[in-house]
Design a protein around this ligand. Structure first.
Ligand SMILES: [Fe+2]
Ligand SMILES: [Fe+2]
Length: 141
């Protein structure tokens, strides 16, 4: 069973954003599974790196969308993205240096909670803004 299941409450209604959020949750589940199965450090680092890369791309997608539509809280949202990535990178680095000093399961739980909390509290603010403006992006390409 997946560590984190997608739930409808996280659905923004913007197809590309929902697809990306889903993909990040899948990667968090992959990370959880790799740690759970005691996979080698190399494999775990590979999963962590692709999670970080994908998250950066996702943040860029959202920032572009907010910029295009003149979202007034873009700068605060961007700072939150940056802080989220910096915190994750810090803990990733600690884990890579001394895996035993960081409880791996606590790490993936922390990553997931940051990510989900950000969707619920921060992403939904721009989603609401777009809705009020009558903007319903179908594709962000
Ligand atoms: Fe997001
Ligand atoms: Fe966001």
């Amino acid at each position: 069973m997946a560590f984190y299941e997608w739930c409808d409450m996280l659905e923004t209604g913007i197809p590309d954003v929902d697809e990306q959020h889903n993909a990040v949750l899948r990667m968090l589940n992959d990370l959880h599974e790799s740690l759970n199965r005691g996979k080698g450090k190399e494999e775990i680092v590979r999963v962590m790196d692709s999670l970080m890369r994908y998250t950066t791309n996702h943040h860029e997608t959202e920032e572009k969308l907010m910029q295009e539509h003149g979202y007034p809280e873009l700068s605060a949202h961007r700072s939150e993205h940056l802080a989220l990535r910096q915190n994750a990178a810090f803990f990733q680095e600690c884990w890579m240096k001394t895996p035993d000093s960081v409880r791996s399961m606590a790490l993936v739980k922390l990553f997931s909670e940051w990510f989900i909390t950000h969707i619920e509290n921060t992403d939904f603010r721009y989603v609401e803004f777009l809705k009020v403006k009558g903007i319903t992006p179908t594709s962000l390409q």
